[in-house]
Design a protein around this ligand. Structure first.
Ligand code: HSE
Length: 311
C-alpha cells in the first residue's frame, strides 16, 4: 500500500451556458495538484499551500480540500486517520473555472487512492459537493462531477443525486479566457433572480435538451444554437467587461457557441479544432488588452479522464 501520492485534477466549465447547475465538462488544463501522505498521527494537517497568494486557509476545518477529505474519512469509519496535505494551486482562484473544485477533487482522489479505491469516482461526488458548499454556500455538482468523472456530465437531479456521463464529439475543443477581474461565485449566485417566467423556462429547457441531443448526435450546429442562456447570462454578463463584444468576436471567428464559464469572469467558446480555439483566445485577449485588462487563456480538448496520479 502506498503511503503518499501526488494527484492532478482538472479545471471545469460549469453550466455550459444553458445548463445552470446541471451541466459541466472538464478540460485538460489548467488544474490543481495535491500531495498527500499518511502521517501515522491523528487527524488532518495542511502543511503547505502554494500558488494561492496566501488566500486559502491552512485550517483543516475551513479548507475545502481537508473538509471534504474529513467527510470521506467519517464515511469510511476512519475519522481520526493521520493525513498530511500539500496543495499546489496551478490555476487562478475565483476564475469561474472550478478552482476550489479541482483542489477538492484532487484531495478526494488522493485519499481514496491511499485507501485502496474504496469508492468509485462517481461515489466521491457527494463528498466533493461538501467542499463546494464550504466554498460558496451551495453544494452544486456541475464542477466537481466532471472534474471527478471527466468528459461532459449532466446532473439530472440533486435529490436524489442522479449523475449521467454524456457522450461528446471527440474533436470538440474549448477556448477559455480569464479576464483578471474579481467575481466571487457566492456574489454571482446571489445576483440571479430566483423566479422565472414559464415561457422563459420553456426556452431554457428546450436549449438544455438541444445541447444534450447535439452532444449525442455529433451535431455541431445543434450544439452551437443550443448554447443560449436567457435566465442567468443576462444578469451575470454585466460583471464581465465588454461581454457582448467578446461573444461577437468569438462567433465571428468560428466558435460553435460562447458563454460564461461557471459563475465567471472566465468566458469560453466551443470549437471543432485547436487552431480555431487558439485564434479565438488571441482575439479576445487582444480586445481585453485594449481595455487595460490582463487575461490568461487556455485551449484544451475535453478532458476524458478526470483526476490522475502523477507520482
Ligand atoms: N453552477 C455554478 C454557478 C457553477 O453558476 O454558480 C459555479 O462555478
Amino acid at each position: 500500500m502506498k503511503d503518499s501520492v501526488k494527484v492532478f485534477a482538472p479545471a471545469t466549465v460549469a453550466n455550459v451556458v444553458c445548463g445552470y447547475d446541471v451541466l459541466g465538462f472538464a478540460v485538460n488544463q489548467p488544474g490543481d495538484e495535491v500531495v498527500m501522505r499518511l502521517t501515522g498521527k491523528t487527524g488532518i494537517t495542511i502543511s503547505k499551500i502554494t500558488g494561492d497568494d496566501g488566500k486559502l486557509p491552512l485550517n483543516p476545518a475551513k479548507n475545502t480540500v481537508s473538509a471534504s477529505v474529513q467527510h470521506y474519512l467519517d464515511h469510511i469509519g476512519k475519522p481520526d486517520l493521520g493525513i498530511g496535505i500539500e496543495l499546489h494551486k496551478k490555476m487562478p482562484i475565483g476564475s469561474g473555472l472550478g478552482s476550489s473544485s479541482a483542489s477538492t477533487v484532487a484531495g478526494l482522489f488522493a485519499v481514496n487512492t491511499l485507501l485502496n479505491d474504496q469508492l468509485t469516482n462517481k461515489e466521491l461526488v457527494p463528498f466533493a459537493m461538501k467542499g463546494e458548499e464550504l466554498a460558496c454556500g451551495y453544494g452544486h455538482a456541475d464542477n466537481v462531477a466532471p472534474a471527478l468523472m471527466g468528459g461532459f456530465v449532466l446532473i439530472r437531479s440533486y435529490e436524489p443525486l442522479d449523475i449521467i456521463s454524456l457522450p461528446f464529439p471527440q474533436d470538440l475543443h474549448a477556448a477559455i479566457v480569464y479576464p483578471e477581474v474579481d467575481v466571487p461565485t457566492k456574489d454571482a449566485r446571489q445576483m440571479i433572480r430566483s423566479k422565472v417566467l414559464l415561457k422563459d423556462a420553456v426556452t431554457q429547457w428546450g436549449n438544455v435538451a438541444g445541447l444534450v441531443s447535439g452532444l449525442f448526435m455529433n451535431d455541431y450546429g445543434l450544439i452551437g444554437r443550443s448554447m443560449t442562456d436567457i435566465l442567468v447570462e443576462p444578469t451575470r454578463s454585466i460583471l464581465i467587461p465588454d461581454f457582448a463584444i467578446l461573444k461577437s468576436l468569438a462567433l465571428e471567428h468560428g466558435a460553435l457557441g460562447f458563454g460564461i464559464s461557471g459563475s465567471g469572469p472566465s468566458v469560453f467558446a466551443l470549437t471543432r479544432d485547436a487552431g480555431t480555439a487558439a485564434n479565438i483566445t488571441q482575439k479576445l485577449q487582444q480586445h481585453l488588452k485594449g481595455l487595460a485588462i490582463n487575461s490568461l487563456s487556455f485551449v484544451s480538448e475535453v478532458n476524458k479522464r478526470g483526476p490522475i496520479i502523477l507520482d
